[in-house]
Design a protein around this ligand. Structure first.
Ligand code: HEM
Length: 405
């Protein structure tokens, strides 16, 4: 076995030594504080009343993600969303964006997280459930309400050790919402005309209905649309500051730069700041021995700002991607359990970004330092508004000028 060092940190007594509250309040501050105290980016603590290893070094996060084991079902799902199968989804995405972008309010500033959350939900309901949004406004509203109720129940329940009366009521409502959602999925599967539901109906080995239905339930959950909205929100905040109008124009003519800005956005603001795993056997992570049964929380946010890998890690610098490999990010996980939705998410995000870059200039309506919420996805603590103004492109002998109208 490789040589290992003793884990820095302090486990503390059960219950009274538990640090869950501090961690959930601000996982980034928590990591910064204790990694400084223990002089290590990997340390032991007690969360959810369990011995937990926090891993925030780049190498450590890579090992946690790559040592995981994939299940056979991963491949089946990954195939459904592979680049080869993406074309039919892209047509759906384009159609929705064409219709919905018209509602982007050009006269008053837009609360961007809410706007993108609504747009992403609509895209997910159509892509994964095959619903025709223009024909099914009531169904879309019902799905939005049910996925919200279900989400509130999930976040209430296992985090509260003592289930208060109102919490158990929320949990029951969430469980009812889940039943209703599964009912809609079962009804929709035989009649869907497009999307993932229609595609899996044509695959012979998918006769395990409950497996397919439970995956559709995850794909249409508000967590997925929140994550897409988080990514888009971070992009338009970072590129909407006063001094970024020039950057917006450059991205319009240079797709490579647009890709680099998208990468730098996910480096600094990965929608999921952290993830959780369980050490099924004793293992070594970044030179430290982790006992069997310990929880491991890996911090994508911290690994993306590891100064051993990224120079001046807190600076927004899209140019760093001239030399770097895309493999260096953990936004969508890594290794055998990495996100099967990566290609489809990038297709959604790029379609929206390209549409907006082509038609609008945008400007953040605040100069204040933005405070963030961390769970379930990174997003501004209070609504942040962006003003979108249409632009007319005037070409003069190859030069490009943009004017407002
Ligand atoms: C911005 C949006 C998204 C982000 C940031 C994201 C991120 C991630 C991450 C970090 C993981 C790895 C978790 C871990 O190993 O601890 C993951 C796994 C997964 N993602 Fe995504 N995801 C997104 C959207 C989607 C979408 C749209 C789908 C559905 C098509 C999807 C389906 C999955 C599945 C099924 C897994 C589990 C794979 C496995 O365990 O084998 N994700 N995602």
């Amino acid at each position: 076995m490789a040589k290992s060092n003793k884990l820095p940190g302090y486990l503390g007594w059960p219950i009274i030594g538990d640090k869950t509250h501090d961690f959930l309040k601000n996982p980034v501050k928590f990591f910064e504080k204790y990694s400084e105290v223990y002089k290590s980016a990997i340390f032991l603590t007690r969360l959810f009343n369990k011995p937990t290893i926090i891993v925030g070094s780049y190498e450590g996060v890579k090992q946690v993600l790559c040592d995981d084991k994939a299940e056979v079902i991963h491949k089946f799902l990954a195939d459904q969303f592979s680049k080869d199968n993406l074309h039919s989804y892209e047509l759906i995405i384009e159609r929705i964006i064409n219709e919905e972008m018209r509602s982007l309010d050009k006269t008053s500033p837009v609360d961007i997280y809410s706007f993108f959350k609504e747009l992403s939900s609509l895209i997910c309901f159509t892509l994964f459930l095959g619903i025709d949004a223009s024909q099914s406004k009531e169904l879309i509203q019902e799905l939005t309400d049910l996925t919200t109720i279900q989400w509130h129940g999930i976040t209430t329940f296992p985090l509260n050790l003592h289930v208060r009366r109102h919490s158990s009521l929320r949990f029951r409502r969430a469980s009812d919402a889940k039943t209703d959602l599964l009912g809609i999925i079962k009804k929709q599967r035989p009649i869907a005309q497009c999307g993932f539901v229609k595609q899996v109906n044509n695959v012979p080995e998918t006769n395990d209905d409950s497996y397919i239905n439970s995956n559709i339930l995850v794909f249409i959950s508000s967590l997925v649309s929140k994550a897409i909205a988080s990514y888009l929100t971070s992009f338009f905040i970072t590129t909407g500051q006063n001094n970024h109008v020039e950057l917006q124009e450059k991205m319009y003519v240079d797709k490579n730069l647009e890709d680099q800005v998208l990468l730098e956005t996910q480096r600094l603001y990965p929608p999921f700041v952290c993830g959780r795993k369980l050490a099924k056997t004793e293992c070594i992570i970044d030179g430290h021995k982790v006992p069997e049964g310990y929880s491991i929380i890996y911090l994508t946010y911290a690994a993306h700002r590891d100064e051993n890998i990224f120079e001046n890690p807190n600076d927004f610098n899209a140019d760093r991607w001239n030399e770097f490999s895309k493999k260096k990010l953990f936004t969508f996980g890594d290794g055998p359990r990495s996100c099967i939705g990566f290609d489809i998410v990038m297709s959604i995000v790029k379609s929206i970004v390209q549409r907006i870059i082509a038609q609008y200039e945008w400007k953040l309506q605040t100069t204040d330092v933005i405070q963030y919420k961390w769970f379930p996805v990174i997003r501004p603590n209070t609504p942040v508004c962006v003003e979108f103004s249409s632009k007319v492109e005037i070409r003069h002998l190859g030069d490009q000028h943009f004017t407002r109208f």
